[in-house]
Design a binder for this molecule. Structure first.
Ligand SMILES: Nc1ncnc2c1ncn2[C@@H]1O[C@H](COP(=O)(O)OP(=O)(O)O)[C@@H](O)[C@H]1O
Ligand SMILES: [Mg+2]
Length: 308
């Protein structure tokens, strides 16, 4: 059996193929002095809340050192930070600002990924209300019951209510079954396309942050770009439906950016294996050829658990 392909180890990939434009957020994240402020307790990998200071500018960020990554059975060890950066690069090439700026760099605990911190707004400005207005938690007769951000539980006997999209049936604590739904939201729809492109195997509700300006940000893209189909997401609400025109245009931009010797291709070659870059190209081509959102591979949609 041939030896498995290895992603280049972290330290040799921390020099970007092209310098970040001066004054950009990525220049701040890459060149700034990184100070660890605390550790996020509930994370599965080491996730450190930091500040970064560069030429008088300061930003909050997360730093996930490669050394703090938990080994996984299906992804090679020590590669999650590179995958997070590759996800950001691909998202930027789609022309969508859905992933906070993310870079690979040295830090106090060795090489890792550093990503701009997003303050989650208290309220979700774009949250569609169920019939009869936004329901209170615990309500079950007149509308979907919110479960976390942009997700809700609705009546299992009926189609998804207006403003929501069906994910699948879920057992609810205390017995019974409900229809798990996500918001019918253009920002989430872009994220669904992005996840299909990067083959995201862990898109849960807790990975969706909305900032006070109403923008949606996806985080946690360490388990992406596998060569096998591993799409595991909540965002199945558009499965099989035609892609919106803006998504087709974005996929066309990405396909062009993934040409031989193109700058993005060079940067991705330092982050992913050749087989993973080839699989990425194939997924983009397949989405453009079908013109539709992907459908779940199995009988049941593959959703991460717990979903929030
Ligand atoms: N860019 C970010 N902005 C704000 N909070 C973040 C960011 N990245 C991570 N977090 C916080 O840290 C938690 C753990 O991060 P996550 O990426 O899920 O780590 P893990 O790799 O362990 O799954 C998240 O649930 C979120 O609360
Ligand atoms: Mg996580």
């Amino acid at each position: 059996m041939p030896a498995p392909e290895r992603v280049p180890p972290g330290p040799v990939t921390t020099a970007p193929a092209e310098p970040a434009p001066a004054g950009s957020v990525t220049a701040l994240l890459t060149g700034g002095e990184l100070t660890v402020r605390g550790r996020i307790a509930e994370a599965s990998n080491a996730v450190l809340h930091c500040t970064v200071v560069h030429q008088g500018r300061t930003a909050a960020c997360v730093y996930k050192p490669v050394a703090g990554e938990q080994p996984l059975w299906d992804f090679p060890d020590g590669t999650l930070a590179q995958r997070e950066v590759a996800a950001y690069e691909v998202c930027a090439a789609l022309g969508w600002e859905l992933i906070p700026p993310t870079v690979l760099r040295e830090g106090p605990y060795g090489p890792g990924m550093v990503q701009l911190w997003i303050d989650q707004a208290d309220e979700e400005p774009g949250e569609p209300a169920g019939p009869g207005g936004a329901p209170e938690a615990g309500e079950n007769a007149s509308g979907p019951v919110p479960v976390g951000h942009l997700l809700a539980l609705a009546d299992a006997e009926r189609p998804a209510p207006e403003g929501w999209r069906a994910i699948g049936l879920a057992e609810v604590p205390g017995g019974g079954t409900a229809l798990l739904v996500h918001a019918d939201d253009a920002r989430l729809r872009r994220l669904a396309v992005l996840d299909a492109v990067i083959n995201n195997s862990d898109r849960k509700g807790g990975h969706l942050l909305t900032s006070a300006d109403g923008r949606l940000h996806g985080i946690d893209h360490g388990v992406t770009f596998h060569t096998e189909d591993k799409l595991r997401t909540l965002l199945w609400g558009w499965a099989g439906e035609p892609l919106p025109e803006e998504a087709v245009a974005a996929l066309g931009r990405l396909a062009a950016a993934l040409g031989e010797d193109a700058p993005l291709t060079t940067r991705l070659a330092a982050l992913l294996t050749p087989a993973e870059v080839a699989a990425l190209r194939d997924r983009v081509a397949a989405l453009l050829a079908s013109g539709t959102h992907p459908v779940p591979g199995g009988e049941w949609p593959a959703i991460p658990w717990p979903p929030v």
